[in-house]
Design a protein around this ligand. Structure first.
Ligand code: SLL
Length: 211
């Protein structure tokens, strides 16, 4: 008998898993972590987790957060859930996120960025509120190998719920509302462009009439 056949990939199949990632941040008051440098103004947490906190450890082995070089040991490796990291600091920057999948998956590292947000969008509104910059996304495994596919199938993998609730900020409803806002925005921009073009033509006509 020869060696066992290589773990074959299943063509034509994609399996997706929803994840939530991003950061929360709060201005530090008088209570500061004992080792926080004086120039640090905020405490923040970056995280990656399953939708509605579902377990992700059956497909994610570790998450690596790459911080700004101003941080000592700027590469932070989190090898078990919760995949999150709390730090203090003064500035916003792009945090590199690398997801390493379980060995069985035989998948490449997934690499992306999250812009750490410490301040409210409207900075004229001083706010002591917790800042949140949180995103929904789906990790898609294209042509998973047979063994990993079996593992994925043992866990349901929540889909995006249809209605938004307080515990479910991400939903089809929110997605549709966002598409509607983008649509409205696009129409408004188009309208403004046409209005300005009209004004420009008027001015050109006026100029031509003067000559
Ligand atoms: C900025 N380009 O100027 C960004 C850089 C750096 C953030 C932000 C503290 C690091 C430390 C920190 O918040 N660095 O002291 O350990 O806004």
């Amino acid at each position: 008998m020869g060696p066992p056949p290589p773990n074959k990939r299943i063509k034509t199949i994609s399996v997706s898993r929803p994840v939530i990632y991003g950061n929360t941040a709060k201005k530090m008051g008088d209570v500061r972590p004992p080792n926080a440098p004086v120039e640090h103004t905020h405490v923040w947490t970056i995280f990656l987790k399953g939708l509605e906190n579902e377990d992700v450890s059956y497909y994610i082995k570790q998450v690596v957060f790459k911080l700004h070089d101003t941080y000592p040991n700027s590469t932070r490796i989190i090898t078990a859930p919760p995949f999150e990291l709390t730090e203090t600091g003064w500035g916003e920057f792009d945090i590199g996120i690398k997801i390493h999948f379980v060995d069985e998956a035989n998948e490449k590292v997934l690499n992306f960025y999250h812009r750490l947000r410490l301040h409210p969008y409207d900075m004229t509104q001083p706010s002591q509120e917790e800042i949140k910059s949180i995103f929904y996304d789906e990790i898609v495994f294209n042509e998973p190998n047979e063994r990993f596919f079996q593992t994925l199938m043992t866990k349901p993998g929540n889909l995006l719920p249809s209605n938004k609730t307080d515990s479910n900020p991400f939903s089809k409803q929110l997605e549709l509302e966002e598409i509607q806002r983008i649509d409205d925005g696009t129409k408004e921009v188009k309208r403004q462009i046409e209005e300005l073009q009209g004004q420009l033509e008027e001015k050109l006509k006026e100029e031509a009439a003067k000559k």
